[in-house]
Design a binder for this molecule. Structure first.
Ligand SMILES: [Zn+2]
Length: 424
């Protein structure tokens, strides 16, 4: 089985694969220079990768006087990884190839009020359909990156939150999805995944330090510096939605008071719309438990069309997010802030403008360098793509992700950061 081969691969294979991916085509001599490995090691590794069908020869480089060098490239469709973004309101499933290119995507309703097991079975059914449509063989799929909100225990593969609902708290998500699909699964934070996905698809300068603010039904964040994700102690980091803007504010479900999410998140915007007489009806807002994203999108579209009340509500939300972005930029000395997630996909320009203005005006390091605000290249799919990328990275640069029995992509310790330079 492909997965077993991949799991058994030593780290040098991952380094070489990653260099080939980044360069698109590269010779053995250039691999020696770029990797620091010996010529003999590169020769052996390249031969094994050719035998495994993961790479192929791609003609010869122009001669610079000596013998022409044979170029190597990835066989992009030799392996695939899957990304699943799942929360209460939405679920997006993507398949990417070995080169990190999007092969197929689909979406279904989020967890809603369904049990974890029911939801995971639905995810597996949709994934089966997607693989069939895209003609992707299961034996070539390296694994699934499941991404959702925090807090999470990455070691046991569980969410430590009652969101989407109580039954999800502590449920063995990772074990269950592995059992249902028969594929290795890793769990990670959706905002972290969106942040690293943006790096991979070339949305940011590879050498930059940037923050990703992720807004779907809630608000999360991630920070990436020169391709390495900031993880903190247990990968529950950069939770910008739960930074307090008012120490006497409302109590949040996280236990803190006056969290950003309460003033700026989609649910706050929707609550604001419902307080304006007649607006909720005029925009067709609904009151289901999983309607947050749909309702927010209706308000956002009206705002983008210039409707004054929705526009006022989004400007108020954007003002809070802009102030939070100042905090994020000051803490991490960011070069850029990327806006990702379904809610920014529908109204990102309003938020980007507010943030850029605020960062230019009051950013702490504004006299040293600007902080550029960017809209995610993959928009609503950013987190799912990031989930698939996390699996690919763990395969390409296998290091700390194995259990002692070597059978899973599960994190074995709380610092699964890979510091290899992975160029987009
Ligand atoms: Zn909170």
């Amino acid at each position: 089985m492909a997965t077993a081969t991949a799991l058994a691969r030593p780290r040098t294979h991952g380094i070489v694969l990653d260099l080939i991916r980044a360069a698109r085509t590269i010779s053995r001599v250039e691999l020696v220079e770029a990797s620091g490995l010996t010529g003999a090691t590169i020769t052996n590794v390249v031969r094994e990768l050719l035998d495994d069908g993961l790479i192929e020869e791609a003609g010869r480089a122009e001669s610079t006087g000596g013998k022409p060098r044979t170029l190597l490239r990835l066989r992009a469709r030799a392996r695939f990884t899957v990304g699943v973004q799942l929360d209460r309101c939405s679920c997006t499933i993507v398949i990417i190839d070995l080169a990190g290119q999007l092969v197929a995507r689909t979406a279904m309703g989020g967890a809603g009020l369904r049990s974890p097991r029911e939801t995971l079975i639905a995810v597996a059914d949709h994934l089966d359909g997607l693989m069939a449509t895209a003609d992707v063989q299961r034996s070539l799929v390296l694994g699934i990156g499941l991404v959702s909100q925090g807090p999470q225990d990455l070691t046991s593969g569980r969410l430590l939150t009652g969101n989407p609902m109580g039954a999800w708290h502590g449920y063995p998500l990772l074990d269950e999805l592995e059992a249902i699909t028969g594929l290795p699964v890793l769990l990670d934070n959706d905002a972290t995944a969106a942040a690293i996905g943006e790096f991979w698809i070339g949305g940011v300068e590879p050498a930059s330090t940037y923050g990703c603010i992720y807004m779907a039904s809630g608000i999360g964040g991630g920070v990436v510096s020169r391709g390495g994700v900031y993880r903190g102690g247990t990968s529950n980091s950069v939770e910008i939605g739960h930074v307090s803007l008012d120490i006497d504010g409302e109590t949040c479900e996280c236990g803190n008071r006056g969290c950003l999410e309460h003033y700026a998140g989609p649910e706050a915007v929707i609550a604001g719309a419902e307080r304006v007489p007649g607006l909720s009806r005029r925009l067709g807002l609904t009151h289901g438990d999983t309607d947050t994203l749909v309702n927010f999108t209706r308000i956002a579209r009206a705002a983008m069309a210039g409707d004054p009340e929705p526009l006022r509500l989004l400007h108020a939300s954007a003002r809070y997010v802009a102030h939070a972005a100042i905090g994020l930029a000051s803490l991490f000395d960011l070069d850029a802030v990327v806006l990702a997630g379904q809610s920014f996909a529908s109204a990102g320009s309003i938020y980007a403008e507010a943030m850029q203005t605020q960062l230019d005006r009051t950013g702490f390091a504004r006299d040293v360098h600007p902080v550029q605000v960017l809209l995610s290249k993959s928009g609503a799919d950013a987190a799912a793509i990031g989930g698939a990328v996390l699996v690919l990275r763990s395969e390409l640069t296998p290091r700390d992700l194995r259990r002692p029995d070597g059978q899973s992509l599960r994190y074995t310790e709380p610092h699964p950061v890979r510091d290899l330079p992975i160029t987009a």
